[in-house]
Design a protein around this ligand. Structure first.
Ligand SMILES: NC(=O)c1ccc[n+]([C@@H]2O[C@H](COP(=O)([O-])OP(=O)(O)OC[C@H]3O[C@@H](n4cnc5c(N)ncnc54)[C@H](O)[C@@H]3O)[C@@H](O)[C@H]2O)c1
Ligand SMILES: [Fe+2]
Length: 409
């Protein structure tokens, strides 16, 4: 990681003399705007053969991953370079699995489980054919350092987060030069996604001292620098670089601590109503904090790293890391919610799902299905309070109308 490091980082491939064929996965926009050129120029200089797949769409589908895997099968790469935002990196991860293990069944891999480290289903072993390099061009998803890939099954429209440490990239190159010209809307959406990763990791049932320091460190950097990265773009390269590092640190936190019900709900809100992933999180984040920060939450029964639920205390620690003041933990939670609201308004993020043009009738019609799928999402297991479907529905409704819920018993 360092602004301008891409070329120097790719030099490391010289240490792997048996690796010569590089398959680059990216999206249409990035390909046609020259983002892959820095990579291919370097590969040419090193005498490596390459091929580019640039048909990844935002919120990628299984169909496009299948297509990429077919192309890989004929090209036979020994290195994959995923260059782009979460969409390109996640699609490339799925292609990687399908290329190395054509026999693997997607529904088996998408199967839910309680603990990633004790699964009944053995995820196929990756890396035997190919080395995987992730190069993010957005400061957001952290996919470059996470064992997750979010993919939509186009036949059902369901968005699945796959999770297994096999999906960890071998190498991540975080070069803020690739993010300098990101448009404001993308900077806001991907940046607030990273903020929500850090916050959900901070209060996850799997949080540890290690993930806590990454999560609070990331939060502080994102709160300090994201507004200027948004406002000033390439004119503030320091803000761009700090935001990039903050997003990757948040990724490292949730790669180990996982997320929570905000992401479960954002995945389904995104797939049902086509709201960008980061914005979907932003619309739910404060309601989820109110839901989690209650004195006697229903405990998440499995694999908690603590004896008693302590989300209020953990949010208060996040508020302290941000230097927000406050005397009691409850006051600090309120100050944290206020600070998130201020950050959202600096990023011109609207107040409610309704404000993003989702029709009320359509929203209400789909609410039960969306609620059930959100409850079932793999991220729910990390949440510090066990949610009832009825409560998920209430959070959705409050986020839709921009009203504030009460979730104490
Ligand atoms: N794997 C994970 O751990 C994880 C975590 C969170 C989200 N996600 C997933 O990631 C996806 C969202 O990823 P994202 O927010 O990075 O956006 P994205 O990859 O969907 O990209 C959005 C748009 O921005 C463009 N873009 C990307 N970089 C750019 C740049 N530097 N300059 C200009 N335009 C650029 C892309 O071409 C695309 O049109 C969602 O599908 C989400 O579910 C994955
Ligand atoms: Fe996310």
């Amino acid at each position: 990681m360092k602004k301008g490091c891409l070329s120097a980082a790719l030099d490391e491939l010289k240490n792997m003399p048996d690796k010569k064929r590089v398959f680059i996965v990216t999206d249409n926009f990035l390909y046609h705007n020259g983002y892959t050129k820095a990579v291919t120029d370097k590969l040419d200089e090193m005498g490596m053969t390459h091929s580019i797949f640039f048909d990844v769409e935002p919120d990628p589908t299984l169909a496009s991953a299948n297509e990429g895997a077919r192309r890989m099968t004929s090209f036979k790469p020994d290195i994959i370079i995923a260059l782009g935002g979460g969409s390109a990196m996640d699609a490339a991860k799925i292609m990687w699995v399908l290329y190395e293990h054509p026999e693997a069944d997607f529904m088996d891999m998408a199967m839910r489980f309680i603990d990633i480290r004790k699964r009944i289903y053995d995820f196929p072993k990756l890396g035997e054919k190919t080395y995987f390099i992730a190069v993010p061009t957005t400061a957001g998803t952290g996919s470059e350092v996470t064992p997750f890939a979010v993919i939509t099954d186009e036949s059902t429209g369901i968005k699945y987060p796959l999770a297994d440490y096999e999906l960890m990239p071998d190498m991540a190159i975080v070069d803020a030069d690739l993010m300098m010209n990101a448009p404001k809307g993308l900077t806001a959406a991907s940046g607030i996604d990273a903020v929500s990763h850090a916050l959900e990791a901070k209060v996850s049932v799997l949080a540890t001292d290690y993930t806590d320091s990454l999560a609070t460190g990331a939060l502080k950097m994102l709160f300090d620098y994201l507004p200027s990265a948004y406002e000033n773009g390439e004119k503030d390269p320091t803000a761009r670089e700090k935001t990039a590092n903050g997003a990757t640190m948040a990724g490292m936190a949730f790669a180990n601590a996982f997320l929570g019900v905000c992401h479960s709900m954002a995945h389904k809100l995104g797939s049902f109503h086509h709201i960008p992933h980061g914005i979907a999180n932003a619309l739910l984040l404060n309601e989820v904090i109110r839901f989690n920060a209650v004195s006697i939450p229903t405990r998440m029964g499995t694999f908690s790293q603590y004896k008693y639920p302590k989300a209020i205390e953990q949010y208060a620690e996040a508020a302290d890391a941000l230097g927000l003041g406050g005397n009691t933990d409850n006051e600090k939670v309120e100050l944290l919610i206020a600070a998130i609201n201020t950050l959202k308004s600096k990023l011109d993020i609207k107040n409610s799902i309704k404000d993003y043009g989702v029709d009320e009738k359509v929203f209400l019609e789909k609410l039960d299905d969306m609620t059930e799928q959100a409850f079932d999402d793999q991220c729910t297991g990390g949440n510090p309070r066990y949610p009832l479907m009825e409560e998920i529905k209430k959070i959705y409704l409050n986020a839709y109308y921009g009203t504030e819920g009460k979730y104490e018993f």
